[in-house]
Write a protein that binds this ligand. Structure first.
Ligand SMILES: *Cc1c(COP(=O)(O)O)cnc(C)c1O
Length: 345
């Protein structure tokens, strides 16, 4: 096997969904945009549907169409980007529910698919998607008369329990939806964890399902094992990798492993992360290349056949911290070359 193996534990994933669901009286949805954060929307979606999820969220209509094919009829699939020009046939044929973000989208939707269900997004301060308070007050009566399935807004800082913005967004969402008789949704993973006031009728966890922060009690879902291509001895003073940024301080043994930044192992990890050979921590040696990484295996028991890059010893968030990014980016960067293996589900 020349490429790494990415293992997705679908039992851990559904357990995470169930724990988040048990925290709330709301219906718990599932955000599976960007191919379920890189882990495979079809397999992830089917596992969650079997566990009881009935409401899914994706970013764009094409993702929704692929998910509908995987799930079959029944579950609601919301499209967060709304109704984009040219999407009417796909939305109609694949029974996808756009979450309309503007008056323009609302007009487009009502003209192209008059009887087709839709949701609405309100902007409560993030200034990314959704209708602003002024736009909303102008269209609110007409929009609500068309019977939206769900009205959502999105929290900008839910993972930070102390951020003032959470309470401001909650207050504005309440104000904008006051007296509206329609299911409401505000909470992403961080919002579920904040407190019940944020839950409303439907929650929208993403990262927590996949084992990432801020869901501290999440079960890890992903592991990544990379085969070793070659091992060599390196004498003190010799360097490893592009630009010789790592120099042996002792007689060392270097393994070259079969993955690199083209596989989502960001170059920023150079010199900052480790892999594990059985229980032994082996620091990266030198720069991460496109398809290869050097690893200092001097302390390992012998030459390993494979090393672990993600797993019990190093989580998605550990790797994100090492690279100066967030778990979301690590997961969605994982490349297409890995063998994907699904456990359970
Ligand atoms: C991505 C996204 C979510 C999920 O957020 P997590 O932080 O991954 O739980 C929920 N709602 C919207 C609108 C999103 O874009």
């Amino acid at each position: 096997m020349s490429t790494g193996t990415l293992t997705v534990d679908l039992n851990a994933l559904t357990a995470n969904w169930q724990v988040l669901a048990a925290m709330s009286r709301a219906e718990t949805g599932a955000v599976v945009k960007a191919d379920a954060y890189g882990l495979g929307a079809a397999r992830v979606g089917r596992a969650l549907a079997r566990a009881g999820a009935r409401t899914f969220f994706v970013a764009v209509a094409e993702e929704g169409a692929a998910l509908r094919q995987a799930l079959g009829p029944g579950p609601t699939i919301y499209i967060l980007s709304g109704h984009m020009a040219g999407d009417a046939d796909m939305l109609g044929d694949m029974d996808l529910t756009p979450i309309l973000n503007s008056l323009d989208q609302m007009i487009r939707h009502l003209e192209a698919l008059p009887a087709h269900p839709f949701g609405l997004q309100l902007d409560t301060g993030m200034n990314r998607l959704g209708m602003e308070p002024s736009e909303w007050s102008a269209v609110r009566e007409v929009a609500v008369a068309q019977d939206p399935q769900l009205i959502i807004s999105h929290l900008a800082a839910a993972e930070d329990t102390g951020d003032e913005m959470n309470r401001r967004q909650l207050a504005l969402f309440r104000e904008m939806t006051e007296g509206v008789d329609c299911p409401l949704s505000l909470a992403n993973t961080g919002g579920v964890l904040l407190n019940k006031a944020y839950h409303f009728d439907v929650t929208r966890p993403g990262i927590g399902l996949y084992g990432g922060r801020p869901f501290a009690d999440a079960r890890p879902v992903v592991s990544l094992d990379i085969p070793v291509i070659q091992c060599r001895d390196v004498a003190p003073g010799e360097v490893v990798g592009y630009n010789g940024t790592w120099m042996a301080q002792r007689p060392s043994r270097i393994a070259t492993i079969s993955a690199g930044y083209a596989d989502g192992l960001l170059r920023a990890l150079s010199g900052r992360a480790s892999v594990w050979a059985d229980e032994v921590r082996c620091p990266l040696a030198g720069r991460v290349s496109m398809d290869l990484i050097g690893v200092d295996i001097t302390d390992a028991a012998g030459d390993p056949k494979t090393v672990s890059l993600l797993g019990p010893d190093q989580t998605v968030d550990d790797l994100a911290d090492a690279a100066g990014t967030i778990g979301y980016e690590i997961l969605t960067s994982l490349g297409a070359r890995y063998n994907r293996r699904y456990l359970g589900g």
